[in-house]
Write a protein that binds this ligand. Structure first.
Ligand SMILES: Nc1ncnc2c1ncn2[C@@H]1O[C@H](COP(=O)(O)OP(=O)(O)O)[C@@H](O)[C@H]1O
Ligand SMILES: [Mg+2]
Length: 295
């Protein structure tokens, strides 16, 4: 068997790649698969958003990518290696996972909570370096003032930012996030999404995040995965994936699509039609059901 240290180096040196083939996942005690014959290949540093209605299997998919759940069929390869062959410890060295509004509530300071993110890299005599990385993470999220606060006394939004900082402090090559902006106001939703995009570019990280904000995902993601009916409905650039047809088929809602700087932006319609703004000032893009603002 290959030594764990060699596997670790191989995973660190390999090109970023999450390659899923024929993935099946059925929860114990249930009959129907949540994910059925799913295949997808996500390569390189980029920001990828996973969209899809409640219960579509988004969290389940991320859990299969991160070895939290073991697939009931098919394979999940991370950086060229089957996750079955990757130890939990090695997984934590290359990938960090930030759960959906975790209920974790440690009676620790924020600094100590983020320091826990350094655990996979724990070595003797590195506390100074670890503290520097914790400080960098606090700074990145603009929460330096919370450093000495108690983690279990924070608001939901602050809690979420600290969990993100803990994920960053792990210095992952792959960052998996389950609705990282769900408790944040619009300013912070934008800020966090921009930080995630910047991380993918400046630190060469493959960031995969589950999101419900279609417009923010469309504006900042390099690629978008849409889950529906136990599989992938579409995967590609926002402008190819965010269409009125997709919104109708997957979410069952009527929308018009405006193009904003080449990125799709959805305008919600109601039973009387689309919003007056769009009805009056949007034109249909020939050959599609999408619209854009008239000049
Ligand atoms: N532990 C579990 N046991 C049984 N069914 C589950 C479990 N977790 C999730 N499910 C079911 O799997 C489906 C997908 O769930 P999930 O991956 O959480 O969806 P999403 O994140 O897209 O909202 C849902 O129908 C949900 O009820
Ligand atoms: Mg979920």
């Amino acid at each position: 068997m290959q030594p764990a240290k060699e596997i670790e180096q191989q995973l660190i040196d390999a090109d970023l790649d999450i390659c899923i083939e024929g993935l099946n996942f059925t929860y114990k005690g249930t009959k129907n698969p949540v994910l059925d014959s799913m295949s997808i290949d996500i390569k390189g540093p980029q920001l990828v958003s996973i969209l899809g209605p409640n219960g579509a299997g988004k969290s389940t998919l991320i859990h299969c990518m991160n070895k939290i759940l073991e697939p009931t069929g098919g394979t999940v390869m991370v950086n060229g290696m089957d996750v079955k062959e990757i130890s939990i410890k090695n997984m934590a060295k290359i990938s960090s996972y930030v759960p959906y509004t975790s209920t974790d509530s440690f009676p620790l300071t924020v600094t100590d909570t983020i320091l826990m993110g350094r655990h996979p890299h724990a070595k003797w005599g590195t506390l100074k370096e670890d503290l520097e990385i914790v400080h960098e993470s606090l700074k990145l999220l603009d929460i330096e003032d919370l450093a000495d606060s108690m983690f279990n006394e924070l608001s939901a939004g602050q809690h979420q930012k600290v969990m993100l900082a803990r994920g960053f402090a792990q210095e992952p090559r792959i960052l998996l996030l389950d609705e990282p902006t769900s408790n944040l106001d619009i300013k912070y939703q934008l800020e966090i999404t921009r930080i995630l995009r910047r991380m993918s570019r400046e630190k060469n990280v493959l960031v995969v995040m589950i999101s419900h904000d279609i417009n923010i995902a469309a504006k900042y993601s390099d690629n978008i995965i849409v889950l529906h009916n136990h599989g992938i409905f579409s995967f590609g650039k926002p402008e190819d994936v965010i269409t009125a047809d997709m919104l109708k088929n997957v979410y069952g809602v009527d929308v018009e699509i405006m193009m904003d700087n080449g990125k799709p932006h959805i305008i919600l319609c109601d039973e009387t039609g689309c919003a007056p703004l769009c009805a009056e000032s949007c034109v249909t893009i020939p050959g599609t059901s999408d619209t854009k603002h008239s000049e």
